[in-house]
Design a protein around this ligand. Structure first.
Ligand SMILES: C[S@@+](CC[C@H](N)C(=O)[O-])C[C@H]1O[C@@H](n2cnc3c(N)ncnc32)[C@H](O)[C@@H]1O
Length: 391
């Protein structure tokens, strides 16, 4: 399906959801209200795939106010049905009414937005039976389920990464056990308009396979843009707010150009080849393009200990990914080290503010690591006990 708007416009649209009522109208006019409505409806339809709904096809009429117009769309929901089309059905079982800018806020802005919408479930003018076998009551029940699915898609958020991993069959939980760690580190960024880059889309050379974790990030970061980088073309995986690129994580010139064009990023996850050399090359090229407050994650660091993967049985070999991580630990305290004057702190040392090491997973925090060290009068080379009064 052709995208309704490109990445940049979609990112701009999401940013408009932060503007107070009235202030986004000119920009929405420029983007085109019909295109905006369709982009929102497609996002809603994508979210309904993750939610329980009616057992039979049921239509929700969207009736969106814009100036003196009504923009009307039909969202059809059912088992394996999540379709959007422009249209008006006066007999639709359920109707959702809201002004377009308010729907934008409801879909992409944190907080509650239900005060600005009305939900109508079509009722019978005729008397009907009271049992659920009654055709009218049965249809009404389907309408309530469809209306609930649609409102959950608009206003609810997918806050549990483990459930998303299981839903999309991402091995970040089940194959590995990473999602509880991710939840802990990513939670503060969930409501932000983050840009997430993951190296390794999955599915190797099959163009339509893979993308499980990218979908997981997309739905967790409901206002984010997700980029996937893979050695193989993966365009079959692309969808709104999720775009893939072909490139080699072992090629520093490519990575630098990619970061200049698509960065800066808030999160980078390296789940690519897991060769130590590639892990180090990618970090050197991409960490500079991480925003302050951002997180750089390296997965599957077990390969650091395996010679066949460019790792080593020497636990301190600086050429391996875990050997490199150990150098980051000392770099955190660069202000405290006794160093020759011709070995100033490196950019990495000055910008890594935290290193969290878990089983096979490393999370590196970016920020300013130049806070004052211990005062210079505190002895470094003398034993400080010579200063204490004798007991
Ligand atoms: C483990 S899969 C990624 C799984 C995915 N992140 C997920 O969690 O659903 C690894 C992917 O890395 C890709 N890859 C291997 N070597 C690479 C390289 N040098 N540069 C970029 N991607 C690479 C492979 O093609 C494969 O699709």
């Amino acid at each position: 399906m052709e995208p309704v708007m490109d990445d940049h416009r979609l990112a701009e649209l999401i940013s408009l959801s932060d503007r107070p009522p009235g202030e986004a109208d000119a920009a929405l006019t420029e983007l085109g209200p019909a295109r905006v409505a369709e982009a929102l409806l497609r996002e809603i339809a994508a979210r309904t795939r993750l939610l329980p709904g009616p057992a039979e096809k049921t239509t929700v009429q969207f009736d969106l106010g814009w100036a003196d117009q009504r923009l009307r769309y039909l969202l059809t929901l059912g088992p394996d049905t999540h379709e959007v089309a422009p249209g008006h059905d006066p007999l639709a079982p359920a109707t959702y009414q809201q002004d377009l800018p308010e729907l934008l806020r409801a879909v992409f802005s944190p907080g509650r937005h239900d005060a600005t919408r009305a939900l109508l479930v079509r009722d019978s003018d005729e008397p009907h039976g009271l049992s659920l076998d009654d055709p009218w009551l049965r249809q009404r029940r389907l309408a309530v389920l469809a209306a609930h699915q649609a409102t959950q898609a608009i206003e609810g958020r997918f806050t549990d990464l483990t459930s998303l991993a299981v839903r999309f069959d991402a091995d970040k939980w089940g194959g590995h056990w990473y999602t509880p760690h991710y939840q802990r580190y990513f939670e503060p960024l969930r409501d932000r308009r983050v840009k997430v880059l993951e190296i390794g889309v999955g599915g190797y050379d099959a163009p339509d396979l893979g993308g499980a974790s990218l979908r997981m990030w997309k739905h967790y970061f409901y206002r984010g843009q997700v980029y996937g980088l893979d050695l193989y073309p993966k365009h079959g995986v692309d969808e709104p707010r999720l775009r893939t690129f072909q490139g080699d994580q072992g090629d520093p010139a490519f990575l630098t150009g990619f970061a200049a064009e698509h960065g800066p990023f808030d999160i980078v996850v390296d789940d690519g080849s897991h060769f130590s050399e590639h892990v180090l090359t990618s970090f050197a090229a991409l960490f500079p393009s991480l925003r302050p407050g951002g997180l750089y994650v390296v997965e599957d660091t077990q390969s650091s200990y395996w010679p066949g993967w460019g790792g080593s049985t020497d636990l301190n070999a600086s050429s391996t990914s875990m050997g490199f991580v150990k150098t980051l630990l000392d770099g955190l305290n660069h202000q405290e080290q006794i160093r020759p004057a011709d070995r100033p702190a490196s950019t990495t040392e000055r910008t890594v503010t935290g290193v969290h090491v878990h089983h096979n997973l490393v999370v590196i925090e970016k920020g300013v690591n130049t806070e004052q060290g211990t005062p210079s009068w505190v002895p470094r080379t003398e034993d400080p006990r010579t200063w204490y009064p004798a007991q």
